[in-house]
Ligand binder design. Structure first.
Ligand code: MG
Length: 299
């Protein structure tokens, strides 16, 4: 039985009928934050409740990258290839330097502590954009319960001078985020307040070359489930997490097709030899599938 669902004929050419959906590893609590290291041929990803960042490499399987991880969630790499991490536990965004030391990129806004940075992306100009919902301080499961000091905003940091700016402030639960291939658009998943029952959606903002956002209208609503993490391919399609797998959405907001995964998906990232493999973090397991599309090379 195929694990693809075709919702638009074009999706038939995006997937490979003979490529398996492989479960690479399982037995985790809640995996998230995948990031591909082509230079090391490995994937890093978080098991948030277990307070670890894990490494997967073909042939070598799973090993521990960071333990404890300060309940790390989303990851990306900056333009120099350094790891950028969202930490629930320390309520901050960090950069791991090439010598292994850790630099704090952001932990406060207007002298108040961030909530629990969730996901992060770096624009080609080097600015670091991250979401700061309250999920990591709402319970003791993925961090530590604590008082919320700031609204759930999206921030942009210029690591050259440390300036931090709130760029989206009218969002209930900012979560995954990704730029379109030419960075003229920013997609933002709003998963609502924890226990809030808010409507959830992906929003699309127009982004100027200087990084100013406008618009922000509803772009697409994932069903079943929510858009948590998402990534974009070189054609501008959005590959989003959902309760039944991964949904592929066109730049016009139309559902093109699905990769059906047996567990609720939290996030995805492109990797492999040609950035043609989609790595999928899904509840207790890590999956991968080869596609006939390539992810945007972020470096
Ligand atoms: Mg997330």
């Amino acid at each position: 039985m195929s694990f693809f669902e075709i919702n638009h004929p074009v999706f038939r050419s995006y997937v490979l009928a003979n490529a398996p959906l492989k479960q690479l590893a399982s037995g985790f609590a809640w995996v998230e934050g995948p990031v591909w290291f082509a230079d090391y041929g490995c994937l890093l990803f978080s098991d948030i409740p277990s307070n670890k960042v894990l490494r997967w490499a073909p042939g070598a399987g799973i090993s521990i990258y960071r333990d404890p991880s300060n309940f790390s969630n989303g990851h990306t790499r900056d333009r120099q290839g350094r790891l950028i991490s969202c930490e629930h536990g320390e309520r901050r965004v960090t950069r791991t330097e090439l010598d292994g030391s850790v630099t704090v990129i952001a932990d406060r806004y207007k002298d108040k502590r961030l909530n629990s940075p969730n996901d992060v992306v770096v624009k080609s100009d080097g600015t670091i954009w991250f979401t700061d919902p309250h999920y990591g301080i709402a319970t003791d499961y993925e961090g530590a319960r604590a008082e919320q000091e700031l609204p759930c905003n999206v921030y942009r940091v210029d690591p050259r001078n440390g300036n931090i700016e709130a760029v989206v402030t009218d969002v209930n639960g900012p979560n995954g985020l990704a730029f379109s291939p030419n960075e003229d658009r920013l997609y933002l998943a709003d998963t609502g307040r924890m226990f809030g029952g808010d409507p959830t959606q992906i929003r699309a903002f127009d982004c100027s070359t200087s990084g100013t956002l406008s618009g922000g209208n509803a772009f697409h609503t994932i069903t079943p489930g929510v858009a948590d993490g998402l990534r974009v391919d070189t054609d501008g399609n959005i590959w989003s997490s959902a309760a039944d797998g991964v949904h592929c959405i066109s730049p016009e907001g139309e559902l093109l097709g699905k990769i059906l995964v047996p567990e609720t998906v939290s996030n995805v990232c492109f990797g492999g030899r040609a950035l043609h493999q989609l790595f999928i973090t899904a509840s207790t397991s890590l999956y991968a599938v080869s596609l006939n599309r390539r992810g945007v090379n972020l470096l």
